[in-house]
Design a protein around this ligand. Structure first.
Ligand SMILES: C[S@@+](CC[C@H](N)C(=O)[O-])C[C@H]1O[C@@H](n2cnc3c(N)ncnc32)[C@H](O)[C@@H]1O
Length: 271
């Protein structure tokens, strides 16, 4: 049984991008489930995969985990670590040191390629933490989801973000906004039940007895994408982003000097 302190340090070693509470929930979800097949879209460096695997193993289950990531591309956070080969090396090392490599199959490619190439008969847990296009993944995996499959969806909140790439170019990131619109739409259409929200991660279940009509799901999704035309933007987000940009342009040596100067001013003056 992995204790929570151990789990925390494994998550840090694997460059986990989610709050620790979310990894704890993933661990417990896999421990409580009936075992079986877990599919995760958005491996990054494997923190979520490891949490799921260790959870299942802690309950004496033999999980079969498929984890999928393109590990490259204009909008992938993995680009900062090199190409596909470099990222695969990092992920494999992380899986080995967490002792889960035997249970995990890594697919380097898009979630659509994975869905087209793998014909999984049954998925018991589906975790989506990729690019916000959850309609695509839910439709692609609709036929494989077990009747009471657990579905975990990250980036479930209405916050629009500004983001910058390593080359300094900037884009508007509506991944969270579209995820919330889509999941709420599917929940109100009676396809999923949202059972718990931890930070920005929604823990859901496929609704018992629901019929997933892929054509209808695509139509519902189109309504959500249409809503993006006018998207609210919180002014604080803009201010925060501008501050971060300004800060990232200040050289490290100057930041150190400012910090030392502030620390010196805070020291009590000897009487
Ligand atoms: C936020 S990170 C995942 C974080 C990870 N679950 C963790 O626990 O640290 C999102 C990842 O999704 C991947 N990704 C984005 N779009 C994808 C797609 N269409 N198919 C497969 N992977 C994708 C990116 O390359 C990136 O590594």
């Amino acid at each position: 049984m992995t204790d929570l302190k151990q789990l925390r340090s494994v998550m840090v070693e694997a460059n986990g991008m989610l709050p620790f509470e979310v990894y704890k929930e993933l661990y417990h979800l896999a421990a409580q489930g009936s075992g079986g097949t877990i599919v995760e879209i958005g491996t990054a460096h494997g923190a979520g995969t490891i949490a799921l695997c260790l959870g299942a193993l802690s309950a004496g289950k033999e999980p079969q985990v498929f984890t999928v990531d393109r590990f490259e591309g204009r909008y992938s956070s993995r680009t900062a670590y090199g190409g596909v080969v470099d990222n695969l090396e990092i992920v494999r090392t992380n899986f080995r040191s967490a002792g889960v490599d035997r249970h995990v199959q890594i697919f380097a490619g898009s979630s659509s390629d994975f869905a087209a190439q793998q014909s999984l008969e049954r998925i018991d847990v589906l975790v989506l933490d990729a690019d916000g296009r959850i309609d695509r993944d839910l439709i692609n995996f609709a036929d494989s989801l077990s009747n009471d499959a657990a579905i975990v969806i990250d980036d479930y909140d209405s916050r629009a973000h500004f983001s910058s790439r390593a080359d300094g170019s900037t884009y508007i990131d509506l991944k969270h906004v579209i995820t919330k619109l889509l999941l709420d739409k599917y929940a109100s259409a009676g396809l999923v039940d949202i059972t718990r929200i931890c930070h920005s991660t929604a823990f859901c279940r496929k609704k018992a007895g629901s019929h997933w009509d892929k054509r209808q799901m695509a139509d519902l999704a189109l309504e959500c994408y249409r809503e993006l035309v006018f998207t609210d933007f919180d002014r604080n987000t803009i201010a925060k982003w501008l501050r971060q940009r300004a800060k990232s342009n200040i050289p490290a040596w100057l930041l150190r000097r400012i910090r030392d100067y502030r620390t010196a001013r805070m020291k009590p003056v000897p009487l």
